[in-house]
Design a binder for this molecule. Structure first.
Ligand code: G4P
Length: 197
């Protein structure tokens, strides 16, 4: 997606060869115009999939997910990473290990909001090792629902997540694919380019 790539080029900061900082438009301050365009793009890509719910994980997935839900005219659910005071029982749960943070967390969604009739589109901001997306897919499967696709804003194609998700048979659409962050430079992959990790 041209607009997202331009934003990464103009405002993204390469912290090191693994991490891209996008605090000015995704992870802290957010760009609502960009989020709206992202919502339209995902809606276009997944239009034929009869999506009934959009599922993401707090916190940075929420903005693009809500815009996608708005365009597809379906509800948006965010999985929680912390226990909620009011959501205490009847939860779908999955364990997600973050290689970046080197910690595990239990993610949860109430069983009230997803069931076997749902075709779910999973949305998240970054795809690194794929653990968040795989954990979200597990929640959908616990509900008996179908994962109709996974939509990612920024795929770091040099890390294992994209390959792992495709290996598990999910349709993956990433709006920007980065093949390298070496030498403090962002190098994008072509849309169909295969990257070997
Ligand atoms: P994975 O789900 O693909 O396995 O990713 P990983 O555990 O490595 O990611 C942990 C957190 O770090 C996630 O955010 C993810 O979005 C973020 N992250 C991964 N790579 C990058 C990167 O290159 N740049 C930035 N800015 N973030 C990255 P989180 O902890 O869930 O945070 P948030 O959603 O609450 O913002």
């Amino acid at each position: 997606m041209k607009l997202l790539k331009e934003k990464i080029e103009s405002e993204g900061i390469v912290l090191n060869e693994n991490i891209l900082k996008v605090d000015s438009f995704i992870n802290h301050q957010m760009d609502p115009f960009l989020m709206k365009e992202i919502g339209k793009e995902f809606a276009k890509l997944f239009k034929g999939e009869h999506i009934t719910k959009v599922l993401t994980i707090e916190s940075s997935g929420i903005a693009p997910a809500i815009m996608t839900g708005l365009e597809l005219e379906v509800p948006v659910i965010f999985a929680r990473k912390r226990k909620s005071l009011t959501l205490t029982s009847d939860l779908y749960t999955a364990e997600v290990y973050s290689f970046t943070k080197q910690e595990s967390s239990e993610i949860t969604v109430s069983n009230k909001y997803m069931d076997a009739g749902d075709n779910v589109l999973i949305i998240d901001d970054f795809l690194a090792n794929g653990q968040a997306a795989i954990g979200l897919a597990q929640l959908v499967r616990q509900a008996g629902g179908t994962v109709s696709g996974i939509g990612i804003l920024i795929e770091k194609s040099f890390q294992p997540g994209a390959g792992e998700i495709r290996k598990q048979g999910y349709r993956l659409e990433s709006l920007a694919r980065i093949k390298s962050l070496a030498d403090k430079q962002v190098q994008f992959a072509d849309a169909k380019e295969t990257i070997h990790q």
